[in-house]
Design a protein around this ligand. Structure first.
Ligand code: OGA
Ligand code: NI
Length: 379
C-alpha cells in the first residue's frame, strides 16, 4: 500500500463504536454489513491436525537429519495451500543456529523474534484499540492517504462493508514512516512497533530463502526483489458481533505483496483459507506467526508458489485483533514469471507493472482471487 499513488477509501462508520450500539438485545446490525455469503457454504474446522495451516519447524529445516523431511512439508504448504505457520517458541534456538550457518556465508543478519518483543507489541496494540474513539481518531486516515486509522477497499456507497477497523502504517524503510499516524499512546507503542518490525525482518527473508530452496530453485534473484524493500503493517480490530454468522471481518482476498507475516494478537481464532472451493478454519498456535503467500510470489514463481485466498470471520462475543505485516517487492518491478521458474517455455502469467497491479487492488473492493486469475494465461 505504501507506494501506490491512489485515493484513499470512502469514509465508513467506526465498527468498534457501531458494535457497542448494536450488540444490545433488540438491535439489528445495519444492512450494509449483512453478508449472505458469510454463512453460505461449508466451513471445515479441522482443529486437530492443522490441515489448513501446517506447522513448519525452523529447527528441523536446519538440522541435517531432519531438513529434507521438513522441506517436503514446506514445499507442499507453498504449492498446495499458500499458507503455513512457524512457531515462535522455536525461534530462539533457531536464531543462533541460522546465524552460525549464515556467518559462514559472510552474511550477518538478525533473525529471531524474542517473546518479549511480541509480548510488548501485543500489549500495546490491545491498549491502543481499547482507548475511546476520540483518542484513536487523532490518527484517522487523511484524504488521499492510505495510512492511519480507518478502512481501505471501500470504493462505492452501496458496497457491503467489513465488520472491522484497521490501522495501517508503513514501517520500513524508516524514512518513509509518516509519524503523524504513529500513535503516541501507549507511550511504548512506537518503540514496540519498531522492534517487532525489525525483529521480523531477517525472519521473513530466511523463510523466503527456505521456500525457494524447497522448490528446488536458487534464491538469489527472488530474494533480491524483496531485499530492503517497503514493509507495511495492518493492525486489524474485529469487534464481536452477536450476529457473527451474518458478517465478515475481512472480505475474501489474496495479499498482493510477497510474504505476509500474520500475528494473532489475542487468542481468538478467525482466519479462514479457501482451498478447492471450500473454506477451512486456520487454527493458529499461540505465538505462532502465520506465513501467507501473496500474489507477487505466485506470479514471480510462475505459479510454483500459491497465493492463498483468505478471509476473517467474527466471534459472537469476543473481540479479535491481528497484525498483517506485508513485504513489498521493489517499486519498479515488472510482475512477470522469473525465467528460472519457467519450464519448457510455459509462462503461466502475463506481465504487468507491479504498481499498476497494486493500484488495481487498492481502487477496487476485495474480490477473492479474481485479480490474480486475470493475469493467468490459458495453457
Ligand atoms: C490481512 C488479513 C487476516 C486476519 O490483514 O490482509 O488477511 O486474520 N488478515 O486478520
Ligand atoms: Ni490478507
Amino acid at each position: 500500500m505504501a507506494e501506490a499513488k491512489v485515493n484513499g477509501s470512502l469514509a465508513v462508520p467506526n465498527v468498534q463504536a457501531l458494535a457497542e450500539t448494536c450488540n444490545g438485545p433488540d438491535e439489528q446490525i445495519p444492512q450494509r454489513y449483512v453478508r449472505t455469503e458469510a454463512s453460505s457454504g461449508e466451513v471445515i474446522s479441522n482443529c486437530h491436525d492443522n490441515v489448513a495451516a501446517p506447522i513448519i519447524d525452523l529447527n528441523k529445516l536446519l538440522a541435517a537429519q531432519s531438513s529434507e523431511e521438513e522441506c517436503v512439508k514446506l514445499r507442499s504448504a507453498c504449492q498446495n495451500l499458500g499458507l503455513f505457520q512457524v512457531c515462535n517458541a522455536r525461534f530462539l534456538a533457531f536464531r543462533y543456529s541460522i546465524k552460525h550457518l549464515w556467518n559462514k556465508n559472510l552474511q550477518l543478519i538478525n533473525h529471531g523474534v524474542p517473546d518479549e518483543v511480541i509480548g510488548n507489541f501485543k500489549r500495546d496494540i490491545v491498549e491502543f484499540f481499547s482507548q475511546p474513539l476520540d483518542a484513536k481518531k487523532e490518527y484517522s486516515q487523511l484524504p488521499n492517504n492510505l495510512e492511519g486509522y480507518g478502512q481501505v477497499f471501500v470504493v462505492s456507497e452501496d458496497q457491503k462493508l467489513d465488520w472491522g477497523d484497521m490501522m495501517y502504517l508503513t514501517v520500513h524503510p524508516s524514512d518513509l514512516r509518516d509519524l503523524r499516524f504513529w500513535p503516541t499512546y501507549p507511550a511504548s507503542f512506537r518503540q514496540s512497533i519498531d522492534a517487532y518490525s525489525s525483529e521480523t525482518k531477517g525472519l521473513a527473508r530466511c523463510i523466503l530463502e527456505f521456500m525457494v530452496k524447497a522448490i528446488g530453485a536458487e534464491p538469489e534473484l527472488l530474494l533480491g526483489i524483496f531485499e530492503e524493500q517497503a514493509r507495511g503493517m495492518r493492525m486489524n480490530y474485529y469487534p464481536p458481533c452477536k450476529q457473527a454468522d451474518k458478517v465478515l471481518g475481512l472480505s475474501p482476498h489474496t495479499d498482493a505483496t510477497g510474504l505476509t507475516l500474520l500475528l494473532q494478537v489475542n487468542d481468538v481464532q478467525g482466519l479462514q483459507i479457501k482451498k478447492d472451493g471450500k473454506w477451512f478454519s486456520v487454527n493458529a498456535l499461540n505465538d505462532a506467526l502465520i506465513v501467507n503467500i501473496g500474489d507477487t510470489l505466485e506470479v514471480l514463481s510462475n505459479g510454483k508458489f500459491r497465493s492463498v485466498e483468505h478471509r476473517a470471520v467474527i466471534h459472537p462475543n469476543k473481540e479479535r485483533i491481528s497484525v498483517a505485516l506485508f513485504h513489498y517487492p521493489c517499486e519498479n518491478l515488472v510482475l512477470s514469471p522469473l525465467p528460472e521458474f519457467v519450464e519448457d517455455g510455459k509462462v503461466h502469467y502475463r506481465s504487468m507493472r507491479y504498481q499498476d497491479f497494486l493500484k488495481q487492488m487498492l481502487t477496487a473492493q476485495l474480490d477473492g482471487k479474481n485479480r490474480l486469475e486475470k493475469l493467468k494465461l490459458e495453457q
